[in-house]
Design a protein around this ligand. Structure first.
Ligand code: C5P
Length: 316
């Protein structure tokens, strides 16, 4: 049986608007998601017994059933017991390059890689939409991570419409290594402050219900209008994450001072700034490093990509 080595890309949110809270504790969203070429490598090796093993080179990533990639393998074993019995278990090794707890869907993309990889390894011939359905049982961003590219996502994030590819944008990513944000905390805080009947800021609640800029963003993407794409970047979760983490607000301010189009990705705390060339991205990195010479601040240059999960190699 074959071993597979998969490349699993991170994503950024060019747009994230919270439409309303839902009885299941999730939120209805409108998002524009974009794959970037910052990626983990996920190696899958067949095991002769019926176990699932997971290893990761990042100390903060759980290496057991709490890991979303492990849960993806367990879900496949549960849904396809005959294949699991026939082909045996799997050894998953994650080479982590995507920062953890960063709002870049690192865990979701690893889970997506396991679904795609086991589909191949166990000869299941599942369609993309079947894989996406399984992904939706694991997390809201997993269905996107199965396909990647540039997508409009609605509902919990699982209803996806492909948008035209935005090529040749670079994203400078910046994240404080020691800082991570709980996605559940960010959404629950937003719900409490801006959506519930007990919301503290009633003006904000009314404003929130009236705002929908997503159409402008989608139209800018459809027309390949880079200037407007930069103009319509939006993320509602900045309103709860930035006040709690002043250093992230300062980082954002610094990008803005440099004239960058900047936004937080997902529930943060990663900030990204869009540039039109690698050279411009490099200049931004140097300028931010100079302005904030904090050894805890990591910066990456990434490029927009139109795929998320890709088989890099396989061996018998
Ligand atoms: O789906 P996932 O497990 O990635 O979501 C993590 C947390 O983010 C959820 O527990 C929920 O609190 C919040 N969330 C939400 N609405 C969404 C997606 C996520 O409230 N559409």
């Amino acid at each position: 049986m074959r071993s597979y080595s998969l490349i699993a890309s991170a994503k950024i949110n060019l747009y994230l608007e919270i439409i309303k809270d839902r009885p299941d504790d999730y939120h209805d969203l409108v998002m524009v998601l974009q794959s970037i070429n910052l990626a983990d490598r996920v190696d899958l090796r067949p095991l002769k017994n019926d176990t699932i093993c997971l290893h990761c080179n990042h100390p903060e990533v759980p290496q057991d059933h709490r890991n979303l990639a492990y849960k993806a393998a367990a879900l496949m074993a549960q849904k396809f017991p005959d294949a699991f019995a026939k082909y045996g278990g799997v050894d998953i090794t994650i080479d982590k390059r995507i920062p953890v707890g960063a709002g870049l869907a690192g865990g979701s993309t690893n889970a997506a890689a396991v679904l795609v990889g086991l589909n191949l390894m166990w000869n299941l011939r599942l369609s993309i939409s079947q894989l996406q359905y399984l992904g939706s049982l694991l997390g809201s961003d997993v269905p996107f991570c199965i396909v990647g590219g540039t997508m409009l996502a609605t509902g919990r994030g699982e209803y996806l419409t492909r948008l035209p590819v935005i090529d040749s944008f670079y994203a400078v990513l910046a994240k404080y290594r020691s800082l991570s944000v709980s996605t559940a905390w960010a959404y629950q805080t937003f719900r409490h402050q801006y959506l519930s009947s007990h919301a503290l800021d009633t003006v904000a609640v009314v404003g929130c219900k009236q705002r929908t800029y997503s159409e402008q963003m989608v139209s800018a993407i459809t027309r390949h209008n880079k200037k407007q794409i930069c103009q319509f970047l939006h993320n509602d979760l900045e309103r709860v994450v930035l006040p709690k983490y002043p250093q992230v607000q300062k980082l954002r301010d610094e990008f803005q001072r440099l004239g960058c189009s900047v936004m937080m990705s997902g529930s943060g705390p990663t900030m990204f700034a869009l540039t039109k060339s690698q050279q411009e991205a490099q200049q931004v990195v140097e300028a931010v490093k100079m302005a904030i010479p904090d050894p805890d601040l990591d910066l990456w240059i990434s490029k927009f990509t139109d795929t998320s999960i890709r088989v890099e190699s396989f061996s018998e």
